[in-house]
Design a binder for this molecule. Structure first.
Ligand SMILES: [Zn+2]
Length: 336
């Protein structure tokens, strides 16, 4: 038997690399308490710290089998340039998903107008970065921003990523402001299409899931972060049965392990349904690779090598190898 097996590299469709600094920290009674600690970290970062910190995080991703990453970035333009440079230095393919932020959060995350935001995006693109639009959330972007960014992404054929339905409070606020739920607002403002990825969708209702399916939009599920922050359970079976494309993200980078994300995803579905094999293994692996690449708008990304002599794979039949990877291995099974 050969000593290694080549697989398509895993694609991390949603990362905030700076949040890796919060690993092992436990403050914050809920998501909103954690967010305060997270924003404290974000506020103090210099471009130089972004550069050196992100190189380490991207190297950790590569060692774990991720060969491409979508960095959802809300720390400012100079720091976005450093994130792009850090990925080059580490050797990971990166799509810079530049966050648009109109209100709330930190001053460094905000732009004056959609036009000022698009100017930043084009500056990165002109410098050679692969980019996508990322209205941060319906909390951070009002209706007119969403409309303008949705139009621009469609016209330019660029990916559009947006957080939605991670926490019940965000849905209540959206209902109060707009009289509709977040994914309904995204549909109405032109932010849902085949190049769109909704991050989380944890608390999406049946109508919102139907809208995602009709639009051909994807959902990025981030199970280890969603567990860590007490977000809830992604509606895995409801997404899968509607044929909605699912991809994975390490998000807060509390864990960096694509196999664990996929195992959690199927584990959630099994706990919810009381059945096994809710999502077949080949589909799970596709979520971890091809769907992520499609969400980021990339056609090529590096492969990974599995160490077939690893102790986690001892005694496993060749025919069961892929299932054994997802259900019985950690990211140390990849040849770094
Ligand atoms: Zn996020």
């Amino acid at each position: 038997m050969e000593a290694t097996l080549t697989l398509p590299g895993f694609v991390n469709a949603h990362s905030h690399a700076f949040q890796r600094a919060l690993r092992g920290r436990t403050e914050g009674d809920d998501f909103w308490g954690w967010r305060t600690a997270m924003l404290d970290v974000a506020e103090g970062l210099s471009p130089g710290q972004v550069r050196s910190g992100y190189v380490d995080v991207y190297r950790e991703m590569l060692a774990a089998g991720y060969t491409a990453v979508g960095e959802f970035h809300y720390l400012g333009l100079a720091e976005a340039q450093e994130a792009v440079a850090a990925a080059e230095e580490a050797g990971i393919a990166l799509v810079l998903l530049l966050s648009a932020y109109a209100r709330g959060g930190l001053a460094r995350s905000r732009q004056e107008s959609p036009a000022a935001y698009l100017e930043q995006l084009e500056e990165l693109r002109t410098a050679g970065a692969r980019v996508g639009l990322a209205p941060h959330s319906v909390r951070a972007c009002p209706r007119d921003w969403l409309e303008e960014l949705g139009r621009y992404a469609a016209a330019e054929g660029l990916p559009l990523h947006v957080h939605a339905n991670e926490q019940p409070k965000e849905i209540e606020e959206c209902l109060a402001e707009h009289g509709m739920r977040p994914i309904e607002l995204l549909a109405e403002t032109g932010c849902l299409g085949p190049n769109s990825t909704v991050v989380h969708a944890t608390h999406a209702d049946a109508h919102e899931l139907d809208l995602l399916a009709e639009a051909g939009a994807r959902v990025c599920v981030c199970p280890t972060t969603e567990a860590n922050l007490g977000d809830g359970f992604a509606p895995v079976e409801e997404l899968a049965t509607r044929g909605i494309g699912i991809c994975i993200g390490s998000d807060s980078n509390v864990r960096i392990d694509p196999l664990e994300e996929l195992r959690e995803l199927e584990g959630i579905a099994r706990r919810q349904t009381g059945r096994r094999n809710v999502v077949p293994v080949d589909a799970l692996l596709s979520y971890g690779t091809r769907e992520g690449a499609a969400a980021l708008g990339i056609d090529t990304w590096a492969d990974v090598e599995v160490d077939l002599t690893h102790r986690s794979l001892a005694g496993v039949d060749r025919a069961d190898l892929e299932a054994a990877l997802v259900f019985g291995c950690g990211a140390d099974v990849f040849v770094a």
